[in-house]
Design a protein around this ligand. Structure first.
Ligand SMILES: [Zn+2]
Length: 410
């Protein structure tokens, strides 16, 4: 065990963030965030344990259930089975890297009652998505579906708006079942060959693309913005401090980044303008901390749905609000995990039996205070979650029926 504050918090601001503070130092939780808090003076000699080394085991004796299989067949609408190939940061047109074989995936899928996995990052052209379809969809018909991504890197070419719409049509002919929008839109993609300002989500150059999605019956799986805490300083008040320290590039605080709300507002303007296009907002509308706001958006936009991938940590720490949310919007919530086979960096997303067991436990049981990710330290924040114990009628919709409707499956 480390006895100093160096190491994990070595680079943190003066004032000391390293050790676990005695209770008196934590009294600031009663101070409103707007008032400057007094600088705590932790007496590290009394608690010489670095936060990174703290891995408490729960002493609760409560009922535990470990569902081996989902109670009903599942469509996982949010997985990543491949990525566009890149060279020096640029996409190599038409080329893909695949992460797993269909056989490896099917072994887990059969055990966990997963009927279909939707591979969202199927490629950013008709030619690329055709490769994903050949590898997965055709290897086991009905078990894998592929989405296509827009070609953001071509946005400044003359004629892009129409060309992008036409490319989606070709992708549909090749077998793509929807369109995936990564958070790159709004947070990474810049004009002037990557050197100019960030492109706006509601840039009118994308209008023909959104319209094409509606016309072609391609649902849009859209990731816009990120957790609220990612837009705040990575400091001692940030509930995702450890996660942001592990992934500094996930912080969108400062620089020329728009705020979380500005991103969501721009996204909403797209929803309002393209009413015939279906939008599946990933990660609980990227606002899982604020289910009231997500509900208001669902009420405003009949063409909006939500998916729950990588957000059981958020939903499960507010089980009463989440349960009401599932009751009210049971026809508009889709099961997804954001699973990546053989992932290592983000435990909440590593494809495998453990991951699905956590989701099933959260949705099906009323278990209390359990881990939302297979990891020694909860990776998205130091808390544990509570199961929702959803009734069968809602489970069937969330696990499969809502996704089947959106994807046009029987
Ligand atoms: Zn994802």
């Amino acid at each position: 065990m480390k006895t100093t504050r160096r190491g994990f918090f070595g680079g943190a601001a003066a004032g000391g963030l390293g050790a676990l503070w005695p209770a008196s130092a934590l009294a600031r939780t009663q101070t409103p965030i707007s008032t400057p808090a007094p600088t705590p003076r932790p007496d590290t000699s009394k608690c010489p344990l670095a936060l990174q080394d703290f891995q408490p085991k729960s002493m609760l004796h409560v009922e535990e259930h470990h569902p081996q299989k989902a109670k009903f067949p599942v469509i996982d609408i949010h997985t990543h089975l491949g990525w566009s190939q890149r060279k020096q940061g640029r996409i190599v047109p038409g080329e893909m890297n695949f992460i797993a074989t269909p056989q490896e995936l099917l072994a887990v899928m059969d055990k966990k009652n997963i009927q279909t996995m939707v591979n969202l990052t199927g490629g950013s052209s008709a030619a690329a998505v055709a490769k994903s379809i050949a590898r997965y969809d055709k290897a086991a018909p009905g078990r894998f579906l592929s989405f296509v991504e827009p070609s953001w890197h071509r946005v400044e070419e003359p004629g892009y708006p129409q060309a992008q719409a036409e490319e989606l049509e070709k992708a549909k002919q090749a077998g793509a079942r929807g369109v995936k929008v990564l958070k790159a839109l709004g947070l990474f993609v810049r004009s002037n060959d990557g050197k100019g300002p960030l492109l706006k989500i509601d840039d009118p150059r994308f209008d023909p693309m959104w319209d094409a999605c509606g016309r072609l019956g391609l649902p849009v799986a859209i990731h816009i913005s990120d957790p609220e805490a990612f837009f705040l300083p990575t400091d001692r008040f940030n509930e995702r401090y450890e996660e942001l320290s592990n992934h500094p590039d996930w912080s969108f605080h400062g620089k020329d980044y728009p705020s979380n709300q500005q991103l969501i507002d721009a996204r909403n303007r797209v929803f309002a303008k393209h009413k015939k296009t279906t939008f599946v907002t990933l990660h609980v509308g990227n606002n899982a901390e604020n289910l009231a706001a997500v509900g208001q958006n669902l009420d405003r936009f009949p063409n909006m749905l939500v998916e729950i991938g990588a957000r059981v940590g958020e939903l499960g720490r507010q089980p009463r609000s989440a349960r009401k949310f599932f009751d009210k919007y049971q026809d508009r919530i889709l099961f997804g995990t954001d699973a990546v086979p053989k992932g290592v960096e983000t435990p909440q997303q590593i494809f495998g039996e453990q991951l699905y067991e956590i989701y099933y436990r959260f949705l099906e049981t009323e278990d209390e205070y359990f881990d939302y990710a297979p990891a020694a330290v909860p990776p998205q924040g130091r808390w544990r979650i509570y199961g929702l114990g959803l009734p069968d009628a809602i489970l069937k919709k969330v696990y499969r029926d809502n996704a089947a409707r959106v994807l046009g499956l029987a």
